[in-house]
Write a protein that binds this ligand. Sequence first.
Ligand code: ZN
Ligand code: ZN
Length: 453
Amino acid sequence: MTSTMRAVQVSEINAPLRVVDLPQPSPGPGQVRIAVEACGVCRTDADMVQGLFGDEPFPLTPGHEIAGRIDMVGEDVEGWEIGERVAVGWFGGNDGRCEACREGDAINCEHLQVPGLAYPGGYAESVVVPTSALARIPGELSFVEAAPMGCAGVTVFNGLRRTSAQPGDLVAVLGVGGLGHLAVQFADKMGFDTAAIARGSDKEESARQLGARHYIDNAGQDVAQALQALGGAKVVMATVGAPAAMSAAIDGLRARGELVAIGVSPKKIEVSPMQLISGEKTLRGHASGTSQEVEETLRFAAQSGVRCISEVAPLQDAPQAFDNMVTGTVRFRGVLTPTGATALLRARRFGWAVRQRGHVQPVLVLVRGRADPGRPHRSGPVRLRKDAHPRQPRGPVRRGDRPGRRCAGQLPAGIRPPRPDQRRRQPRPGAVARVAATMSETGHAAVSRAIVI
Ligand SMILES: [Zn+2]
Ligand SMILES: [Zn+2]
């Protein structure tokens, strides 16, 4: 067993992220160690690095959207076994003693432990967490799919199911980014008449493919009028930290409607008592969810098909992935995979190709745009290309699996080929596509579906 691990460390407030070797941690009583397989890159990680939560956690290892396997258990741990697939989100443990905990409201614990703040987080090969932080990952979800559910996923899923909206009610999601693209999917799968609100018309197509029945461009339309034209929203879930946009949506609520703020901002939402009193409207905030609620979110995602669209990067590229998140280059969610495994998907003239750099669990990868907009696109099966890589898998090599050889149409056990209707949906020039790729331990690669979103 190695005694050191790779991990990101930030030495002080606003210091750059560095990937360093640190001693491998060991779990104490009531704790487990997780071999991290994936960790989401959340906006709040930047807040921690910028010192919004104080200077105590430094040197700091960010990361509170963790998914991996338990590889060591401490003393007095019951009910958790080595090898179990688990996720840890914003809720990284509670004290079990404070008034909120005794009332069964653990997410509002006075001593809530958040990975990255209370203890080193998931931008690392290993983390040690208390068992109260653990959520089981259903078999249908890969680690990359599960990780963002620990913060982004549970926040929107919980936020939606705690409202008074019933199936069929108009629910509007403000913003179609990391939180918003999940909120649109969850809202649709929960049976709400879902509207997406975002700036510009370029996000309309992807919002509709994620499940929005209505799209409102708040750069060109009066949001309140547009929502009232649809009958008024029972809920507006504000997923972006844009208080002015939240203020503009309040008059779009129907009677007893709710505006739920989950996008963080220190700036003020402007609303008059008159706006709230007329129609008895509610304006409130919503935090994340407990480990049990993360587990419920994961189960709902598994059963409904809600998936985070992730841009996967290896742990060694964490500083770049972090910068991409801060500068807004990442469309939905960045996810780190510590083994260095990543999948680069490229739009090719004849469809989609997977370039393999290491072996990974099933992934959803976002591909931006495509070259050759003037060329016609042929329909046909997805083609795969495997490139030589220093970390070539050691498993048995089968025909068609050798590095550098093309293999098409060979699917590992359990992976279904794309349905004919999906195969026909070729990406258009400039389209953003979601592709699910699966690579097994032996390096066998397959695209299980390719959906233009
Ligand atoms: Zn987060
Ligand atoms: Zn507590």
